[in-house]
Design a protein around this ligand. Structure first.
Ligand SMILES: Cc1ncc(COP(=O)(O)O)c(C=O)c1O
Length: 367
């Protein structure tokens, strides 16, 4: 049996009868950008995360940018981010003209290590982006304590952590502002590009809303610099259907993770992902570590099993940031992870037989 890394078709089959009329309604309305479906989604998504304001955007990358832009981050400023994340986290700072400064990740949580945070803070630091990578929250309390002492802003990158929890509270409103991605493969995915920003600060929400729409609250009255970061109505219509199932899909992901954990404990030299005591992991990705990563990935590919690498090159070693002068060895935990990480198939519709197929193939490889 082939097992894809992600099966978006399997999910579509379960909601097709709701998706088609929802998209049809947008086509019939001929209102394709922002509008009613976006407003409806913003309300529901904010409520699902117990946050006051949600601003529907065109992507998570735009969310990373719009949030820092609205907070006044600009040239000369530094923004601290984890070295272990997707490049889009860094674009938030760079698109503002600021410099991303990297920090190593924690060996168990794989998120920004609070103990290493202060080393990265300088007199130019303005903000810290806490990424909840793979679906598990960063340890926000120590990060926020350091930030408070140094008068820094903390924001969350929630692109991989819809409905994830930190100490019993949903992400999205736990810091000054947050950004989300609804890229199709995300836990909540649109049928194209989409994203959002969230905050409990009304004034900040207003600024992000203006940035999203050419710096204007009222059409053709441009109060601040802005961009076109508007969410499309068809994407919101899709998200409105899917949001109703997100909690159920999240529990199914957690059940798949539990099966993997039970069946893969003690197999080869595999290191399983840890659930930190403060976090409710939503398993956007199920990332294992092994010293035989490349051989295992090749073997699984030959067996028809899809896998992914998140991420093979840490941000500080990316060519686009070579001018910052980081070297191999600067962030050993992130670097080791980049050489050993392997993301196994993970999606809510995964069947026990598919999990079994993946596990059996892995066991066969190690024996
Ligand atoms: C951690 C992280 N931040 C930001 C983004 C950017 O989101 P988008 O692809 O919607 O621009 C992603 C998406 O892959 C991500 O994983």
């Amino acid at each position: 049996m082939n097992v894809p890394f992600l099966d978006l078709k399997a999910q579509y089959r379960t909601i097709r009868s709701e998706i088609r009329p929802a998209i049809d309604a947008v086509l019939d309305s001929a209102a394709y950008v922002l509008g009613k479906p976006v407003v409806e989604f913003e309300k529901a998504f904010a409520a699902a995360h117990s946050t006051s304001h949600c601003i529907g955007l065109s992507s998570g990358t735009d969310g990373n940018h719009a949030v820092l832009w609205a907070l006044g981050i600009g040239p000369g400023d530094e923004v601290v981010i984890p070295a272990n994340t997707f490049i889009a986290t860094a674009w938030g700072a760079t698109l503002c003209g600021a410099k991303p400064v990297f920090v190593d990740c924690h060996p168990q949580s794989y998120n920004l290590d609070p103990e290493k945070l202060e080393q990265a803070i300088t007199s130019r630091t303005k903000a810290i982006v806490a990424v909840h990578l793979y679906g598990q929250t960063a340890d926000l309390d120590p990060i926020k304590q350091i930030a408070a002492r140094r008068s820094l802003i903390v924001v969350e990158d929630c692109a991989q952590s819809h409905l994830a929890e930190y100490k019993g509270k949903k992400v999205g409103g736990l810091t000054t502002a947050s950004s989300f991605s609804f890229y199709p493969g995300k836990n909540l995915g649109a049928y194209g590009e989409a994203g959002a920003a969230m905050t409990n600060d009304e004034q900040l929400a207003k600024r992000i809303r203006m940035i999203r729409d050419h710096g204007a609250e009222n059409k053709y009255y441009h109060e601040v610099f802005g961009h076109n970061y508007r969410m499309e109505a068809i994407q919101a219509a899709v998200l409105n259907v899917k949001l109703k199932y997100l909690a159920e899909w999240t529990e199914r992901r957690r059940a798949v993770a539990q099966s993997y954990r039970r069946l893969l404990t003690g197999v080869g030299d595999i290191v399983l992902p840890e659930e930190m005591p403060y976090a409710k992991h939503v398993y956007h990705l199920f990332v294992i570590q092994t010293t035989k990563r490349d051989e295992l990935q090749k073997y699984l590919t030959e067996q028809g099993i899809g896998t992914g690498l998140h991420y093979p090159i840490p941000l500080h070693l990316q060519k686009c940031f070579s001018h910052f002068g980081y070297r191999k060895g600067d962030f050993p935990v992130t670097e080791r992870l980049s050489e050993r990480c392997l993301s196994l198939p993970m999606f809510a519709e995964m069947t026990p037989a598919q999990v079994e197929t993946v596990v059996t193939a892995i066991k066969r490889f190690f024996h």
